[in-house]
Design a protein around this ligand. Structure first.
Ligand code: SF4
Length: 517
């Protein structure tokens, strides 16, 4: 079959997306979809690409579908096309506990002809088996709406978003009155990077099933919310070790241009902030709503990105791609090219998750080859579009972790294959990591000693950055799925544990003093 894309096919493709006339003009004028790019991608990855799909999309009216009502609407639209996703009550239980939202774009990214095996379907749609069987069975068998609601409420209380003691990452500083002030919408755990959870970014375009930030996106009491921009600049002035500011959420794609300008203007103009080198935006917009970036309403934001670039400040858009199909559609490709043309660095970091980017064979074992191939293809797609492969990581044990995780030993095999099969330039920039309160710990690989097998670990970031200087050994474990739980080798505790406890205590005391002032 001729896989190349002609000019007429490209026009048909653009028609399929129902862009506005203004967006079409931007695509044309800014050369966002050159045939050379589309053809090369299509030839390399026909198995992942949607570029030659022709049928009309199933979702053309609303921009997004939210909550139970939105989910039921999707189910009924799909039914019109003869598609039954099944397990509706169980899927709805998940939605009641965690929420649901999907954009038109992401719904149209799913290959509905084979939705069960589609990574994007697995990413956005609640799946049977996600909520613990005892809770699910109790819910399905409850005989009244009140009893069902009680099960949902009790279960919400059990879910644990802040396992890594994130509340301890809230920075404090001495304000102009000499008092300790807590910055409630921020985290500063590692010296070079400060996180901001801006008040405008407390939302997502769509919800990922595995989200560990469900306190943020569900609206729990212990959310991080930053209202005061000035407070951030005051803190940054006192912390010359900070080079990177990461605006996150929720999704930083929700930040409006005038609010973003408030953050960046002092950073560009005030010499006391000249130590800031990079602004990162943590966003899944390229997966869920890339049309936003190619619309004229985004021009104001692009101007600010260019201004940063022209002032020697890197704007890094941190995307979270897990599978090539998320990238290989014309809206995402055009959005990537538009951002890059305005001086934006695009990087991708994402967790390796069962059913989405980590696959099992029928006998339940991890399919090492298929899983690795997903990431190898993704890494090469990144290279073709100029995206930096920042990292792959193991999710923290929060949310429905049991559904998404596999043993560290298996992940190590997948990651090793990805690392050795990608050209060095296209590999993830670090070994696979998992976050705990102590820091981000990288799994370097296995060590075979006479009569024993071990894992070698190394901190990639740490509450004390000097911990990064050491490689340390832990016992090999075939079943353990959390790096921080691996047992120390020939010792009753890891080399950093006593110091970690002291650091945590100090942080706790400082936050309490600030709050009680
Ligand atoms: S975009 Fe990020 S914060 Fe929002 S649901 Fe997905 S993982 Fe969670």
């Amino acid at each position: 079959m001729n896989q190349s894309i002609s000019t007429a096919q490209k026009e048909q493709l653009i028609k399929r997306f129902h862009y506005s006339e203004e967006t079409k003009a931007i695509i044309e004028k800014e050369n966002l979809l050159p045939e050379g790019v589309l053809n090369r991608i299509q030839k390399a990855y026909p198995q992942h690409s949607s570029l030659l799909e022709k049928e009309e999309f199933h979702f053309n009216d609303k921009k997004n579908y939210s909550g139970l009502e939105g989910f039921r609407e999707i189910v009924s639209i799909l039914a019109n096309f003869g598609i039954e996703i099944g397990h509706l009550e169980e899927r709805e239980l998940f939605i009641k506990v965690y929420r649901f939202m999907a954009t038109k774009h992401v719904l149209n990214t799913i290959n509905w002809a084979d939705f069960k095996n589609d990574s994007v379907f697995q990413l956005v749609f609640p799946q049977p088996g996600m909520i613990r069987p005892d809770v699910t069975n109790a819910y399905l068998n409850a005989d009244s709406a009140e009893a069902k609601e009680k099960i949902v409420k009790d279960y919400i209380r059990e879910t644990n978003p802040h396992d890594g003691k994130q509340q301890l990452n809230k920075p404090t500083f001495i304000n102009e009155d000499g008092e300790i002030e807590v910055i409630e919408g921020s985290q500063h755990k590692y010296p070079q990077c400060k996180l901001i959870f801006d008040v405008q970014t407390q939302n997502c375009f769509a919800f990922c099933n595995y989200c560990f930030r469900h306190a943020q996106v569900r609206g729990d009491d212990d959310m991080f919310i930053q209202k005061d921009v000035h407070q951030i600049h005051e803190y940054l002035k006192l912390h010359k070790e900070i080079s990177d500011v990461l605006i996150t959420g929720g999704d930083a794609g929700f930040l409006k241009a005038d609010r973003f300008e408030e953050y960046i203007t002092p950073i560009i103009e005030d010499p006391k902030l000249s130590h800031i080198k990079t602004i990162r935006l943590g966003t899944r917009v390229l997966t869920y709503n890339p049309e936003m970036i190619i619309a004229p309403a985004y021009n104001g934001m692009l101007k600010l990105f260019k201004k940063l670039y022209d002032n020697g400040i890197q704007l890094a858009l941190m995307s979270h791609f897990s599978a090539p199909r998320e990238v290989l559609n014309i809206s995402t490709i055009a959005a990537i090219r538009r951002l890059k043309a305005h001086g934006v660095t695009i990087k991708s970091q994402s967790p390796i998750m069962n059913h989405i980017s980590l696959f099992q064979k029928e006998n339940g074992e991890v399919d090492i080859d298929r899983s690795a191939q997903n990431w190898i293809d993704l890494g090469n797609v990144f290279a073709m579009l100029g995206i930096g492969f920042h990292s792959m990581y193991l999710a923290r044990p929060t949310g429905e972790f049991h559904y998404f995780n596999q043993p560290v030993a298996q992940i190590n095999e997948v990651f090793s294959k990805v690392f050795r099969e990608l050209a060095s330039l296209n590999r993830p920039s670090r070994y696979i990591t998992q976050t705990s309160s102590a820091g981000k710990i990288s799994l370097l690989g296995t060590v075979d000693l006479p009569g024993e097998k071990l894992f070698a670990l190394k901190f990639n970031e740490g509450r004390n950055m000097e911990w990064m200087d050491k490689v340390y050994l832990v016992q090999y474990d075939e079943k353990e799925n959390t790096i921080a739980n691996l047992k120390p080798y020939r010792s009753d505790r890891h080399f950093f544990e006593d110091e970690l406890r002291e650091i945590e205590q100090k942080l706790h005391d400082s936050i309490e003093t600030g709050r009680n002032k």
